[in-house]
Design a protein around this ligand. Structure first.
Ligand code: NAD
Length: 378
């Protein structure tokens, strides 16, 4: 007998769609005690949110998120809005006793993130942050191999997240879709938007980051602001690169930019250890490359594992071995794990507290870029 989990969704943009898709599909593939029910969708524009609700199957709409949070028939609230709204909404949800699934980055900065952690912990509400790349089966497999000690001592971790969509200097900042270019809504540029993903995965796979030295650049200094109609200074980082130390003694190298012509979402990481190495590339997300030094010398080389077999993470729930899944499934997996956590009482990682660690690294990166000095994390 399944139990309903009534979802209230805030935001109908990119993430509103990926999450709605995940809630709709999860119970077709994962056998969980709880089943999501799309109870209400909320955004400020009634016509737009009504169209969204009809497309995805929400039972009702709201145009004021506070009204939705106050409803007795909402169990869990999904926060899919720009970063500057996460804190206020999450704290209000915690105070209303709602479970929270919040988009990343957790907050605009560490101070906000700490308030959010305190609020959910004080209220005792179930919480998670959508760092969805943890749930790409190939990335989850990397985690298993590292935890089993297959790489031995880790020496290097390097990651990139490269895009090219903000190169035009007549692209405005602010408002729908372009809030990412507006520091007041986004908090930072590529650091909080893209590197936050790389940092979350890195902490998950390789442990805590202790200190960083970073550089950032804003290539286009002024852009027309959609909300004011004025040309205004650009406050976000267009590009960011940093070096770091991990607590396990390994060295990290991270780069992100929206100015790498030809790259749309090239998220890659590579980890080099004493006994082997791992490589992953979002553009080929169902593959994990693995080099094992212990292989017989004549046969030693990089192997490309097609992560689609039934004994690979999550893959027994999908089609048959050899048939791959994609980006949207990472969100289905996070919902499945969240529902499972409701039954077992096990928190769904990353919790707000876990995601605060990524926020601390982001803040240290921005602080180092500003000072030109190494910065300690936290
Ligand atoms: N996990 C990921 O891979 C990933 C990918 C993209 C975005 N994100 C994160 O998801 C969040 C949303 O990003 P997006 O790409 O979906 O943005 P988007 O611009 O596509 O959508 C934002 C939504 O927020 C709504 N909104 C804005 N202000 C609101 C308010 N006051 N009340 C109610 N609704 C409001 C807008 O109407 C819109 O529907 C951000 O925090 C972003 O960093 C995560």
């Amino acid at each position: 007998m399944t139990k309903p989990l009534n979802i209230g969704m805030i935001g109908y943009g990119f993430m509103g769609r990926t999450h709605s898709n995940a809630y709709n599909r999860v119970s077709n593939f994962f056998d969980t005690e709880y089943k999501p029910v799309l109870k209400a969708a909320c955004a400020r524009n009634a016509d737009n949110v009504k169209a969204f609700a009809e497309t995805w199957g929400y039972e009702s709409i709201e145009t004021d998120w506070r009204k939705m949070i106050a409803r007795d028939d909402i169990d869990a609230v999904d926060i899919c809005v720009p970063n500057n709204l996460h804190k206020e909404m999450a704290i209000a949800c915690a105070e209303a006793g709602k479970m929270i699934l919040c988009e990343k980055p957790l907050a605009m900065n560490v101070a906000e993130g700490e308030e959010m952690c305190e609020a959910v912990e004080k209220a005792g509400v179930v919480n998670t942050v959508w760092y969805n790349y943890r749930r790409v089966p190939a990335v989850t497999l990397a985690k298993q191999l590292i935890d089993e000690g297959k790489l031995g001592r880790i020496f290097h971790y390097r990651a990139n997240f490269l895009q090219d969509w903000t190169i035009a200097d007549d692209l405005p900042q602010g408002g729908a879709a372009l809030w990412r270019l507006d520091a007041a809504a986004a908090g930072s540029g590529v650091t909080g938007d893209l590197l936050a993903h790389c940092i979350d995965t890195a902490i998950w796979l390789n442990g805590n980051v202790t200190n960083v030295t970073a550089m950032t650049e804003t290539f286009v200094k002024e852009r027309m602001h959609n909300l004011t109609g004025q040309v205004e200074p650009v406050g976000i980082d267009d590009a960011c690169a940093f070096l770091c130390h991990f607590g396990n003694g390994s060295l990290g190298l991270f780069e992100s930019t929206r100015y790498a012509r030809g790259h749309k979402a090239l998220y890659t990481f590579e980890i080099n250890g004493e006994h082997g190495s791992l490589k992953w590339d979002l553009h080929d997300l169902h593959r994990l490359d693995y080099f094992e030094h212990g292989d017989e010398g004549r046969l030693r080389g990089w192997r490309s594992i097609h992560v689609t077999d039934g004994d690979h993470p999550y893959m027994d729930k999908w089609w048959v071995p050899g048939l791959q899944i994609g980006y949207e499934h990472t969100f289905v997996h996070q919902v499945a794990d969240f529902l499972e956590g409701l039954s077992t009482g096990k928190p769904t990682n990353p919790t707000f507290r876990d995601a605060l660690e990524t926020q601390k690294v982001c803040d240290a990166v921005l602080s180092s870029a500003e000072s030109g000095q190494w910065a300690d994390v936290g």
